[in-house]
Design a protein around this ligand. Sequence first.
Ligand code: CO
Length: 462
Amino acid sequence: MARKVQFVETVLRDANQSLIATRLPYEKFEPILQTIDQAGYYAVECWGGATFDVCLRYLNEDPWERLRKIRAKVPNTKLQMLLRGQNVLGYAHYPDDFVKLFVKKAVDNGMDIIRIFDALNDVNNLKVAMEATVNAGAIASGTISYTTSPVHTHKKYVQMVKELKEMGASTICIKDMAGIMGPQEAYDMVSAIKDAVPGMPIDLHTHSTTGLAFMTYLKAVEAGVDIIDTAISPFSGGTSQPATETLAYALRQLGYQVDLNDEATKKIADHFKVVRDQFVADGTLMPKSMATDTQCLTYQIPGGMLSNLLSQLKQMNALDRFDEALAETPKVRADMGYPPLVTPTSQMVGVQAVTNVLQGERYKKVSKEIKAYCRGEYGRTPAPIDPEVRKKILGDEQPIAGRYADTLEPVVEKTREKLGDLAKCDEDVLSYIAFPNLAEKFLEERKAREENVATYSIVECG
Ligand code: CO
């Protein structure tokens, strides 16, 4: 019998985030949700990542309400979110009580699959979120942030998969956030994991940035990958995922079973073509995001980081130092113990490389984030931090030995009391802890609106 390959549709989250900076408001996809539910996807990635932040910051939407509305219109297909381990949806570590309640509420509000990753692949940063997911009855998808370095071997990745399985992962995601994984690497890595942990479903996530993605998925499927992440064609390609319909077509031709409903995917594509054209017209979707960029392969750093380096140097009137900053980046990364370059490590390493070059002396100045990183506040680094560099940055201060979150005081109860009647439910409290300024503004405005229409306004929290 033909082997089945399943699809995760990313248009509502990663494609939206990668191509149009997550600016898709709920109304623009609401009319097509029921069709998405009938399309036969394994899951729809629709929440987490930057969606939460952008809902509050730019779209004046309650992210929790968005999730409940999606759930109501997509009752049959699994909903998936992306969670940054102990960072949840932010950039620093949170106390455990927040992580646990956040995960529980995400599941209560309709989430089925929580894909949990850590920028350093430190499993200690995944443990609490993984446990909370399993306890809430949802699917914990343990995630590897994919990168290459002398210390990132298949043996290590396989070891990580075993640890994630121990923690309750029922699927594994290989997350190639920069789109730098080549077809042979995909084949070898998927094969290595399948050999070592048979029966564990593997999902491969990549981006079309470098143009490798179709080939990478094909070889991963040959090696036995179970699930691939794709975007409906009008929101595919470039910095997004490769196209859903194209992969369905090619994989069927090669004899694999694909359970997508072509009529439904056509309707979804027709809907998002119109949406895409609106974002092209208003300049939100830029041609640059749709282009193939092979520079990331040459430098082995994500595309987003290259453009950050450029804009940083431009601001400092030092564009002529670009080549030096570029050469310095892998050196800083090596000094820091080869972190995968993903939020927030990519920003930290990039800024430090530029600073080292412009100061004319390495690590003369360092950001407070790099300092915290050297103190161990982001977790265990893949390789040890260069001892001399660490000494220069920390002096005689000793890095913390255990898990940073163990040093943090619980925050939920305290915040609940502080917010009083501004928060109507735990979801409001969680939004506030995650993004205090944005949530406060949002909650104040909501309160003001309600006072105006006090006679019939009911805010639902579920
Ligand atoms: Co991605």
